[in-house]
Design a protein around this ligand. Structure first.
Ligand code: GTP
Ligand code: SPV
Ligand code: MN
Length: 592
């Protein structure tokens, strides 16, 4: 399908290493995709679901030990260790290539190697980047065909160029002890072995569009961020765009597709989704920051998605979707997950592939008794989303008015606050903290610092990443304002106080009013906080005192946080920019 010598030589080398019986080029045609689906169904790799209720939908179960990203086994392999920094795992490139070559050698014997040419961004646009993923998994091929723009037309756009991202994935033995997700930013290369789970193997997503792209962005003067992008259209037909960085499983997909509360809907407000996970941002000729979503689909968390919380996601995932690690309802040949509805199927198979007895489900022991894995996912096409923005395919992207950071904090962070300026906003992002979730292997619910929601995804030294943020700010004449939100404050019984989901728009409206200079705020030690009466609670079952409570800045817990922030900055090391240490000292002084 191509005469590009760089591509052909590299594929020859990788095939000599992995020794597949056959090499198949993915052209993106409906015929080939259909044939691959049929083949994967015949081997049991995927299960075709009820075509009337869920047209063109499939179910896949990953290995029981392979259900989330593995941050402990994710490496940034720069020639100098300090360029990867202390937050990333590091291996010397030569050592890593050698170690992983042993795992790849002969691993595709008796199998097919699929060659997936794909684009992150609009094929042919000046901001698109291209990659090729080699994989032994049809599941990966089918997911990449949804998540990226993939096929023959991408090879045509690549021409004879050598500047593509080379991705090699092999499931090998799915051996946890030898699972590696390795990035070689200096070589435009990603090697992933012994996993079959999304974030570890759909190499266009976190591996390329964040880890490698963040490295390229720093070199080339743009940013790759873990952000959703949404547009709010006013009754007058003007649309303002917001991008928001929340850690994994902290509400990006939900916010990106939100349905406005009745009070806004009846006035004619609309919300449009441009992206739910990744934003590439660059400075436009007009001096504003412009964002594109480089992906073509959504890899969304299934549990908790329902007709009330996120109807748009549910509708998007009702056709042309691959479900991973959810419950299989055998009576209807459909799928189910915790939080979908109150009717768990009676005759069902759980995410592990075992018969599932819904009466044994215990909310307090989800890990052992849940039918769907807490990190089970749907892979669905952006074009099937009822609220997809008409700018989704626009290569120019959308101009960003506000950047919003946010995490899961039971206490410290208020519902919303605004930073004083870009430098302070960068500081606010750098001290983000959130409780860990099921999206990555390891303990859940532990507070950790997760700067800009990028801790697992910065492809270089975190201190240099902070410096890049500061530099970008200096170069954007008309920079977005920077905010921080927290939907997850809890009461003494551990219940969420703020209703969240669609009602988060009430907070976004305050944010946009601030951007337009239409509303006052209260200056506090941490930043500008709304006056309680400026958060619209019409139609909500909540009092202004509750809002006051949600907006309160708890000086004691902020002071306790300071030492943890200092420890984190020390861990990041001596490349933390002086400006951020000054901001930290200033915050400490303001807290008194
Ligand atoms: P990744 O795809 O892993 O990056 O996650 P994400 O950031 O897209 O998170 P998602 O929107 O899938 O939400 C994850 C979980 O948070 C789900 O269980 C949601 O139900 C829950 N959630 C999302 N938004 C809110 C909210 O506003 N309030 C509350 N209480 N929970 C929320
Ligand atoms: C995340 O964990 O942030 C995800 C899922 O969006 S994954 O693609 O696995 O990284
Ligand atoms: Mn998501």
């Amino acid at each position: 399908m191509t005469n590009n010598k760089h591509i052909l030589t590299w594929i020859d080398e990788m095939a000599a290493l992995t020794q597949p019986d056959k090499i198949v080029w993915i052209d993106g045609s409906e015929e080939q995709t259909d044939a691959l689906r049929a083949e994967a169904c015949s081997t049991g790799e995927i299960i075709k679901l009820n075509d009337e209720l869920l047209p063109n939908c499939y179910l896949h179960r990953t290995a029981v030990n392979d259900v989330a990203r593995v941050e402990g086994r994710t490496f940034i392999c720069t020639s100098k260790k300090e360029d990867a920094g202390s937050i990333n795992n590091w291996m010397a490139p030569a050592e890593c290539y050698e170690k992983l070559s042993k795992l790849y050698r002969g691993s595709m014997k008796g199998q097919t190697m699929y060659v997936i040419p794909y684009a992150m961004g609009q094929v042919g646009s000046s901001f698109a980047k291209y990659g090729i993923e080699l994989t032994d998994s049809i599941y990966v091929v089918l997911n990449m065909l949804i998540m990226t723009r993939a096929g023959k037309h991408v090879l045509e756009a690549m021409g004879d160029d050598a500047g593509f991202i080379k991705g090699l994935h092999a499931r090998a033995d799915l051996d946890e002890e030898n699972r590696y997700i390795c990035h070689f930013p200096e070589d435009n290369t990603i090697w992933s072995v012994n996993s079959g789970y999304g974030g570890n193997v759909l190499l266009g997503k976190k591996c390329f569009a964040l880890r490698i792209a963040s490295y390229l962005g720093r070199k080339e003067g743009w940013m790759a961020e873990h952000m959703l992008i949404l547009g709010i259209e006013t009754p007058e037909g003007e649309t303002k765009y917001i991008s928001a960085a929340f850690p994994s499983a902290c509400g990006k997909t939900n916010l990106a597709m939100l349905i406005p509360p009745e009070i806004y809907k009846k006035k004619g407000y609309k919300v449009w989704c441009v992206g739910d996970d990744i934003a590439w941002l660059r400075i436009g000729e007009d001096g504003r920051l412009w964002a594109v979503n480089p992906e073509n689909g959504f890899f969304g968390v299934a549990p908790g998605t329902n007709e009330k919380s996120n109807p748009n996601a549910l509708h998007t995932a009702q056709r042309d979707t691959i479900f991973t690690n959810v419950v299989h309802d055998l009576d209807t040949n459909t799928v189910w997950w915790e939080g979908l509805n109150d009717n768990p199927p009676k005759n069902a198979i759980d995410w592990r592939g075992n018969p599932w007895d819904f009466t044994k489900y215990d909310k307090n022991n989800k890990a052992a008794t849940a039918g769907a894995h807490p990190n089970s996912r749907f892979t669905a096409m952006a074009e099937n989303c009822p609220c997809i923005s008409d700018k989704f395919n626009d290569p120019a992207g959308v101009p960003i008015s506000a950047i919003v950071f946010g995490g899961r904090r039971a206490k410290t962070a208020p519902l919303v606050y605004q930073s004083f300026n870009w430098q302070h906003g960068t500081f606010v992002g750098s001290i983000m903290a959130s409780e860990t979730t099921a999206a990555a292997a390891g303990a859940v619910g532990v507070v950790r610092r997760d700067p800009m929601a990028m801790r697992p995804f910065v492809g270089y030294n975190m201190g240099d990443y902070f410096a890049h943020w500061l530099n970008m700010g200096k170069n954007i004449p008309n920079a977005p304002k920077i905010f921080h939100v927290n939907w997850f404050r809890t009461d003494d019984e551990g219940n969420f106080i703020w209703p969240g989901f669609g009602d988060n728009m009430r907070v976004l409206m305050w944010i946009l009013a601030r951007c337009e200079g239409k509303v006052d705020a209260v200056e506090t030690a941490i930043g500008y906080v709304p006056k309680a009466e400026d958060i619209n609670i019409e139609g909500l079952d909540i009092t202004i005192d509750t809002i006051r409570d949600l907006l309160s800045v708890d000086t004691k817990s902020w002071k306790e946080d300071i030492s943890n922030i200092k420890e984190f900055y020390e861990l990041v090391g001596d490349r933390v920019p002086a400006e951020l240490n000054e901001e930290l000292a200033a915050l400490e002084a303001r807290l008194g």
